[in-house]
Design a protein around this ligand. Structure first.
Ligand SMILES: [Zn+2]
Ligand SMILES: [Zn+2]
Length: 312
């Protein structure tokens, strides 16, 4: 059922472009931002990010749950570059559609995934994005090893003939919540895939705090945080973590349930984000929230929450 009139108004007021007025909040010393809507054209995401006081952001370049790429005109791509330059918005990450499964055992689905991923890479290049974030997929019907191998081969196929290196586009493998058959539910699996990608294309990791927590790692206690960071460093290398998805979690550690919560309002809590944002080993990274917008300005509040934790 379509939303009623009053509800429609409430929904639309979740868009910063409708409520923003005056000077946006100033960005801080770290790269902090949020996943931003492209409603009204892909370039409008840059305007939203700026209005929210972000200096980095993430977008979808296709419908996240349909096989439908967003149409991109040259004018939109140059607008995106111009706005990013004007507002000092960097890096920009694109999140791959959730449908893409490069480890699928169904040949048709696998083919569709490789083609869709190639489209994601092409749009990343056209838009001048620095990062393309990918969930490594589900290996159901194969061994985990075979799954990881197929993902690497599939990325190589999708990237064939595209010059990622010169354009500065890097594929980031994201750790997942650790559901059965999901690849990337541990740092070690992400590390193994990155090993395989070494000769394929520029690659690195995107680590999601919610996924890390619900997959079972302790990032909440002080000792646990330190141990988890050390494990991450051994498995992947902290220098290769270019993006941190900063999401609090609705569910407890080890639950394997992936439901994002507002920063500081979930089972992770503010202290972990404070440690992470002020950790000298993450200085080079971007911190991007993927938190829900339940009420108008939730996106603004989550960015502010992260910014307020940075000790400059
Ligand atoms: Zn994420
Ligand atoms: Zn998630």
């Amino acid at each position: 059922m379509p939303p009623q009139k009053s509800e429609r108004k409430k929904l639309s007021m979740k868009d910063v472009l409708l409520w923003a007025e005056g000077e946006p909040p100033k960005p801080g010393p770290r790269r902090i931002g949020i996943h931003t809507s492209t409603f009204g054209g892909v370039q409008s995401a840059a305007e939203r990010a700026y209005r929210l006081g972000a200096n980095t952001f993430q977008i979808f370049s296709s419908s996240p749950r349909q096989w439908q790429p967003y149409s991109l005109t040259e004018a939109q791509c140059s607008d995106m570059r111009r706005l990013r330059e004007k507002y000092d918005l960097a890096p920009m990450a694109i999140h791959t559609s959730y449908l893409v499964n490069l480890a699928s055992v169904t040949p048709q689905f696998h083919r569709k995934s490789v083609e869709a991923f190639r489209g994601e890479l092409q749009r990343g290049l056209a838009l001048g994005a620095e990062f393309l974030v990918l969930h490594p997929g589900s290996f159901r019907g194969r061994s985990r090893e075979e799954g990881l191998e197929l993902v690497a081969v599939s990325i190589a196929e999708a990237a064939q003939g595209l010059d990622l290196e010169t354009s500065g586009l890097r594929v980031l493998i994201e750790n997942t919540a650790g559901a059965e058959f999901s690849l990337g539910g541990s740092f070690e699996q992400v590390g193994q895939l990155l090993q395989r990608l070494k000769t394929v294309c520029p690659a690195g990791a995107c680590i999601d705090t919610c996924h890390t927590h619900v997959s079972g790692c302790d990032i909440v206690s002080e000792a646990g945080y330190e141990e988890t960071m050390q494990r991450l460093d051994e498995a992947i290398g902290l220098n290769s973590v270019f993006v941190w998805h900063c999401n609090d979690a609705k569910d407890p550690r080890g639950s394997k349930r992936d439901r994002h919560e507002h920063i500081g309002k979930g089972t992770i809590g503010l202290e972990t984000f404070r440690r992470l944002l002020n950790d000298p080993r993450t200085k080079h990274a971007a911190f991007i929230a993927e938190t829900p917008i339940d009420e108008a300005k939730d996106d603004l509040r989550n960015i502010e929450a992260l910014k307020s934790l940075v000790v400059s």
